[in-house]
Design a protein around this ligand. Structure first.
Ligand SMILES: C[S@@+](CC[C@H](N)C(=O)[O-])C[C@H]1O[C@@H](n2cnc3c(N)ncnc32)[C@H](O)[C@@H]1O
Length: 194
């Protein structure tokens, strides 16, 4: 059974984990955690945090792997990349994204594109661009306010060995206002405390 729409909802994650078991997030990952490049943890994140009506933004498309997973869970996905890491992949990525009817690729700097979005206007953002402390801090400061108060601010590479700056920036942004949860693929999720 490769179409989760034909199975009970509680089996969707298992079907998708099988479908995406060989998915590569980026071609040659430099990462101390082998699980970080797998789909399982990201599927768990989507199951627990995303609703089918969600309009979300992904910051950092690369080859479109995470966008493929988000497209299974959200009504609409805008994914943004300036292709500074992998300039040769842009044509293949465009082809991948074109096959996903609810995913739209914006090519450019997310720090400029962010100005096109209203405050409190999107249900989720997944931040997965540059992973230094300052860069992650800037992306959080720019994109966090665009997410509705009931929404989900999340991203990749909560990874103390390779990307300690991501951890620092996420904790600083969360303060005592958000709860933090992490997933097997080193994704992180912030949800506002009430
Ligand atoms: C780690 S990869 C994204 C991986 C993808 N989210 C996945 O899991 O399949 C990071 C991407 O962010 C892009 N990037 C970095 N800084 C950016 C910026 N300021 N605006 C847009 N894209 C950016 C890079 O070109 C690169 O393709």
């Amino acid at each position: 059974m490769d179409n989760y729409r034909l199975v009970p909802w509680f089996m969707k994650a298992a079907v998708l984990k099988e479908k995406f078991k060989d998915l590569k997030r980026i071609p040659n990952p430099v990462n101390s955690y082998p699980e970080a490049n797998r789909a399982d943890g990201l599927i768990d994140l989507c199951e627990e945090n995303f609703l089918s009506h969600f309009k979300m933004v992904e910051v950092g498309t690369a080859i479109g792997s995470s966008a493929r997973i988000f497209s299974e869970y959200c009504a609409s996905v805008i994914t943004i990349d300036n292709f500074e890491y992998l300039p040769d992949t842009v044509i293949d990525t465009k082809r991948t994204i074109e096959e996903l009817p609810n995913v739209f690729l914006l090519v450019g700097d997310s720090r400029k594109i962010v100005n096109r979005f209203m405050v409190n206007s999107i249900d989720a953002v997944y931040i997965d661009a540059r992973h230094g402390y300052e860069d992650c801090k800037i992306d959080l400061a720019l994109w966090g306010p665009k997410v509705k108060l009931t929404g989900v601010i999340c991203g990749h590479d909560y990874n103390k060995l390779d990307w300690p700056g991501v951890i620092q920036a996420v904790h600083e942004y969360a303060g005592d206002k958000f709860t933090l949860k992490t997933y097997q693929d080193t994704s992180w999720v912030l949800r506002r405390k009430w």
